[in-house]
Ligand binder design. Sequence first.
Ligand code: GRF
Length: 205
Amino acid sequence: MRAMKRIVILISGRGSNMAALLQAASAEQWPAQVVAVISNQANAAGLATASAAGIAARVVEHVAYPDRAQFDQALSAVIDAYAPDLVVLAGFLRILTPEFVEHYHGRLLNIHPSLLPSFPGLDTHRRALEAGVKVHGATVHFVTPELDHGPIIEQATVPVLDTDTEDTLASRVLEQEHVIYPRTVREFIEGRYALVAGRVVRHPV
Ligand code: GRF
């Protein structure tokens, strides 16, 4: 039997992508287990969801550290205690140091609520409406030191409707996030693609 892969998920808030991952991992019987969920915010709603699912829910508060480097070191120490094969950012609202990102090179994924390279950063749905784009969506990518710029693994598109508000557009995108994130994480676990020389290389099934 293949060894179970180990996944650590980092969150800062609601945790709906984390919940979608937990759900898929158990329903689809992934050859992987989520071994910990870690939040930089003690009041993140997703922590209760993780605990209820029987998963270690840890808090490493960034405000307890004097600078970004020391927070990232503390966070790494907690993550590495779980010996993960993959670290998944799911609404983790902290900019990470290049040292942190390098340490998890090729095994650090993020989901971003826009079609990168359009709209990196915050308020993506408002900015998409303001720009008048007709297509919007979400992107799963490997994390590199430059914020929201890593090699793209998968994207999902949604139409932007004339009647859309920030909220309606956000919820249509979120629905797609909950489809593509579990799928790409599962494919990573199955070794279907990897980061090779800065590009995503797919392996035949
Ligand atoms: C999602 O839109 C995700 O793309 C972005 O932050 C949001 C997190 O939502 N990175 P949730 O905490 O997963 O519900």
